[in-house]
Design a protein. Structure first.
Length: 285
């Protein structure tokens, strides 16, 4: 009997969980269920790609979509995240850990245009915003989220039905998506001007952070009953017995030592080590 390979949960089935890109290879994964988000970036000093985990502010938890925009706005507002919820969007600043009031343009958000509403995935490539729909087979591009001046595209066949879509704006404007090939390998496909490139293997430090990623990489967890205490009465007399049983319930942080080495959890002054412990316990489920 064959066993199905554990699946990575796609964005369309995981509200509050999303991916967005910046200047390559910067990549962000938002996990509302874990109250955090991760940034993958290139570290010049070590000449390596690293991952850091940051706490997610409650105000930005559970949004429908997340986008990263590199464009500076008038008034000194620099690159920032954009969150979409209930057909409105809000530019929230350069971090999702705190509310940067100087980067917030409208407290109630702005409505999406009709042409850019009801998308399954969204991304920004430094030039246009893209809305993907119809199972990732089609998309429209617009210069802003409030514009009805859109261009329709058919997504390249190899990039359709992607798990997540995200944009890169440097060094070239590109869109990326994640797919799983028949051998169970997560591929990263890039396309520009609706022309796809050859697939690349996605870093498994990133794959493991996606919902279902740990099961995908290491297999589904196995649960069972564990005997805590027992005794046997060999006589015919009735016995009364009572004892306090001490048992630690939960996940041990030592079990995630290898993950901690790959995911650098950033401590927040107001959250501290409680966030770090809570994150690794939740990530094990």
């Amino acid at each position: 009997m064959s066993t199905a390979h554990p699946a990575i949960l796609p964005h369309t089935k995981a509200k509050g969980i999303d991916m967005c890109g910046g200047a390559s290879p910067d990549l962000y994964i938002i996990r509302s269920d874990l109250n955090c988000y991760m940034k993958q970036y290139y570290d010049k000093e070590s000449d390596s790609t690293k991952c850091e985990v940051y706490p997610l502010h409650p105000a930005f938890n559970g949004c429908d979509h997340y986008i990263y925009n590199s464009t500076k706005k008038p008034g000194g507002i620099g690159p920032s995240f954009i969150v979409i919820k209930n057909s409105k969007f809000l530019r929230v600043g350069s971090t999702l850990s705190t509310i940067n009031r100087s980067g917030v343009e409208a407290t109630d958000g702005e409505p999406l245009s009709s042409a850019m509403s009801n998308g399954e995935n969204y991304c920004y490539d430094g030039k246009n915003y893209y809305k993907f729909y119809n199972g990732g087979t089609e998309c429209v591009a617009a210069p802003s989220l409030t514009s009805d001046n859109t261009t329709h595209y058919s997504v390249p066949a190899s990039c359709q039905n992607g798990l997540y879509y995200y944009g890169y704006f440097s060094p070239n404007s590109q869109i990326g998506t994640l797919t799983v090939n028949p051998f169970g390998v997560v591929n990263r496909l890039m396309f520009s001007n609706m022309q796809s490139t050859s697939p690349f293997f996605m870093f498994y430090n990133v794959v493991n952070f996606l919902p279902g990623g740990l099961a995908f990489s290491y297999g589904s967890p196995i649960h069972g009953w564990q005997l805590l205490k027992s005794f046997k009465n060999s006589s015919n007399a009735k016995l009364s017995w009572s004892a306090a049983i001490t048992k630690t319930i939960g996940s041990s942080l030592s079990a995630f030592q290898s993950l901690q080495q790959n995911w650098s959890v950033t401590k927040n002054a107001s959250i501290g080590t409680a966030f770090e412990k809570d994150f690794f316990i939740k990530a094990s489920v």
